[in-house]
Design a protein around this ligand. Structure first.
Ligand code: DTR
Ligand code: CA
Ligand code: ZN
Ligand code: ZN
Length: 344
């Protein structure tokens, strides 16, 4: 959705950690203090055996790297969201049964993985909407790292890239946190938003109804809206330079060049957090804009064609996904959670 809210910068001592984090390397180095224990809950059936408890000593020179996020698992979630849409009139839009079924699917996975989940109701266009909030128990409650994605589609189609891709990628990252029994220093919170397509309404409701004392604990909000576009670009939000660096450095280490996300200001759920001064970051693979020849040169794909020709159309199905882009972005999300989750 396009809107350009006035940005207010709210300084907060809690966000000093982000400044201390410096580059991603420094933050990643802090991960050495992580303690990893066997998960308390039953891991999801597709999960490998739980990791044995082990303490990563402070002296560990290399940071505790995030695990590989399985593209197969992420696409398994997309298949489920596709089936839900197919069983519910072809979409997962706000106010339609397919949206609530999508919420229920994701909540069930998180409950089984040991998350503390809650469904927040709100009204939009005269219909009940739902946000799903999932907290990973532990970590410093005064310092929260959030990752979010809108779960609603447009009414025209199943919304698999927009935004099943972001929803599935953060779901699988959250499940990996559980499988690894991660004990991050920061408190981790994941969110799936309703009614983004109506105007970023679900996340706006969440932020507007969050007490200011709770808002000030959120040190970073990471947004993932369209991360598997079929003719992908690799765009990184540039709203906060340290959050931007976490992603840029990771892609650079993989030999993938990135560009600054330029069409996003106010056009997705990060705007709800940005407008109250919370540092935001995120990833995007492109929507209706056309890929240039120069972009095709560095990223592959087709110049002169939209990043996602099925944007907001009925053809935004499981066939409308680029596997390499979805896999890379899922792994980048996990890297950001492991890095930002445990600054010293
Ligand atoms: N508003 C999103 C799609 C979108 C368009 N530009 C950006 C930039 C950054 C994130 C998302 C988007 C939607 O249609 O859901
Ligand atoms: Ca992967
Ligand atoms: Zn959309
Ligand atoms: Zn979207």
């Amino acid at each position: 959705m396009s809107s350009h809210p006035t940005r207010r910068t709210v300084s907060s001592p809690r966000r000093a950690w982000l400044r201390r984090a410096g580059t991603a390397t420094a933050a990643a180095g802090a991960i050495a203090g992580l303690v990893v224990a066997s998960p308390t809950a039953t891991a999801s059936p597709s999960a490998p055996a739980p990791a044995e408890a082990r303490t990563v000593s402070q002296s560990t020179s290399s940071a505790l790297a995030a695990p590989d996020i399985s593209l197969t698992n992420v696409k398994g979630h997309l298949n489920q969201l596709q089936s839900i849409a197919s069983r519910n009139g072809g979409n997962r839009a706000h106010g339609r049964p397919g949206y609530r079924a999508s919420i229920d699917y994701i909540k069930a996975k998180l409950d089984a993985a040991g998350y503390t989940t809650s469904i927040q109701q709100f009204t939009a266009s005269g219909t009940t909407g739902y946000n799903l909030i999932a907290d990973w128990p532990g970590g410093d409650p005064q310092n929260v790292v959030m990752a979010g994605a809108h779960l609603d589609s447009v009414s025209a189609g199943p919304g698999i890239n927009d935004n099943g891709s972001g929803s599935a990628a953060i779901l699988e990252t959250a499940l990996a946190v559980s499988r690894e029994g991660l004990k991050p220093t920061q408190h981790l919170r994941f969110a799936w938003w309703g009614a983004e397509e109506l105007g970023i309404l679900g996340s706006r409701h969440y932020v507007n109804t969050l007490p200011s004392t709770e808002r000030s604990k959120i040190d970073a909000y990471l947004n993932f809206d369209m991360v598997g576009s079929p003719n992908p670009g690799y765009f990184v939000y540039d709203d906060d330079r340290r959050l931007e660096a976490v992603f840029k450095d990771w892609f650079a280490a993989k030999g993938v060049s990135t560009e600054i996300e330029t069409e996003g200001d106010g056009r997705s759920d990060h705007a709800s957090f940005q407008r109250v001064g919370i540092p935001v970051g995120g990833l995007f693979t492109g929507a209706g804009r056309t890929k240039t020849a120069a972009q095709a040169q560095k990223w592959g794909g087709t110049a002169g064609q939209a990043f996602d020709r099925c944007y907001h159309r009925s053809c935004d199905t499981t066939a409308n996904i680029n596997d390499t882009a979805l896999d890379r972005n899922s792994d980048a999300i996990a890297h950001a959670i492991w890095t930002l989750g445990a600054p010293s």
